[in-house]
Design a protein around this ligand. Structure first.
Ligand code: FES
Length: 157
């Protein structure tokens, strides 16, 4: 099992008494560690909790917060709720995708530095249009200011 830091996963499982009713909390902690849910780790968890892998997949795909694919170091969320949308969130999204070579179906750059996603209202409509980068909020963005931000992050690596 290449990707499985099994002793780490065992620690998480033990913390939740190896109890399958804690599956969501267990998956959350695993995702915090790996930044996504690697399939071989889920396989390991299924064996340990004696539940079907497909059951774990159905939980992991049900909740938007779980990811089955690796994400970038910088996770950028572009708000496309109503307030942000009318204040031109889509041009921001498009500019960012163009700069990073991403699209609607490709969310993460090949160098695994950036992931770009859209979200509905981030709850900061007065600051629209809003983006977040790893949960830090950036207010009143424009396509240009977003590109500047990306360039800064890229130079920091
Ligand atoms: S619509 Fe973007 S923060 Fe509310």
């Amino acid at each position: 099992m290449d990707d499985c830091k099994c002793s780490l996963v065992d620690g998480i499982l033990n913390k939740y008494d190896n109890n399958k009713s804690n599956l969501i909390a267990i998956l959350q902690e695993i995702q915090n560690e790996y930044k996504y849910l690697p399939e071989d780790v889920l396989n390991y968890v299924a064996g340990k909790l004696e539940i079907n892998l497909s059951k774990i997949f159905s939980v992991a795909t049900f909740y938007e917060n779980f990811s089955l694919v690796p994400k970038g170091k910088y996770i950028i969320k572009v708000c496309d709720g109503t307030a942000c949308h009318v204040r031109k969130s889509i041009p921001i999204l498009n500019a960012m995708r163009k700069e990073l070579g991403l699209s609607e179906s490709k969310h993460t750059t090949d160098d695994k530095l950036f992931t770009v996603e859209t979200v509905s209202c981030l709850g900061a409509c007065g600051l629209a249009p809003v983006i977040t980068i790893n949960d830090k909020v950036y207010a009143k963005m424009t396509p240009d200011s977003t590109i500047e931000l990306i360039k800064t992050l890229r130079s920091e690596g």
